[in-house]
Design a protein around this ligand. Structure first.
Ligand SMILES: C[S@@+](CC[C@H](N)C(=O)[O-])C[C@H]1O[C@@H](n2cnc3c(N)ncnc32)[C@H](O)[C@@H]1O
Length: 222
């Protein structure tokens, strides 16, 4: 570590864990790149990598970004489809999000009953891509966090099945472990192609991966 970075992490005023966090941030090339390129989060690079590999944005007009704050993925979505006529990006998060030009924001909890109705009002129809980078706030208890993360992924899939256009795409963060295979099995009913992917920008010590569902098969549920 260079001395400038070391100086920034002065001992004394910080706890060991906050010093470690800061040290990691200052040494992370994706944090630097995000700052240099005006992305609100390093997570933006995960979505860029996912799109590079699976072309999820190709010929798509509208995007629903679940767990969108602080806005890195929404920024990528705007960049990817801003040249397309009638493009639309809607972000949902339980936390506030600073406005992004081209993004409609809904503040709400994906687990609440009225969220589908709220999305429906803003979306006014179906959507081509559903993204979910949702993550529960960490409790420090691995099993609890994993169970909560699976629940969010399941909800994201339900929302995707409800709102996606035929041939639409889905991309969802998942914490590996119990419930993963069940979720993948469920996705197989709705998408022609399912992929699991860990981008290089996803931290090696994190058990997150992304599930990609391509080519949604619309079924008339009526
Ligand atoms: C990893 S961050 C998303 C980062 C974002 N993709 C970006 O690039 O800036 C996860 C987000 O999920 C949100 N979240 C967690 N639980 C949620 C819920 N039940 N409903 C809506 N959003 C939720 C959190 O508030 C948080 O902003």
């Amino acid at each position: 570590m260079n001395s400038r970075i070391k100086q920034k992490i002065k001992k004394g005023s910080r706890t060991v864990s906050s010093r470690r966090w800061l040290e990691r941030q200052l040494n992370d090339p994706y944090v630097k790149a995000a700052k240099d390129h005006g992305f609100r989060s390093r997570a933006a690079y995960k979505l860029l990598e996912i799109d590079e590999k699976f072309k999820i944005f190709k010929n798509k007009t509208s995007v629903l970004d679940l767990g969108g704050a602080p806005g890195g993925w929404s920024q990528v979505a705007v960049k990817k489809n801003s040249k397309i006529k009638n493009h639309k990006v809607i972000a949902v998060d339980i936390q506030d999000m600073e406005p992004i030009y081209g993004v409609n924001f809904i503040k709400g909890n994906i687990l609440d009953n009225d969220i589908v109705e709220n999305i429906q009002v803003v979306l006014d129809g179906k959507v081509d891509i559903v993204l979910s980078d949702m993550a529960p706030s960490a409790s420090g208890h691995r099993t609890t966090d994993q169970t909560r993360a699976i629940l969010l992924a399941e909800m994201a899939l339900n929302i995707a099945v409800y709102f996606l256009n035929d041939k639409g795409n889905f991309c969802c963060k998942l914490i590996r472990g119990k419930g993963e295979e069940e979720l993948v099995k469920n996705m197989r009913k709705h998408f022609k192609i399912i992929k699991r992917f860990k981008p290089a920008s996803s931290r090696k010590d994190s058990s997150e991966i992304f599930l990609i569902g391509l080519n949604f098969i619309h079924q008339d549920l009526a």
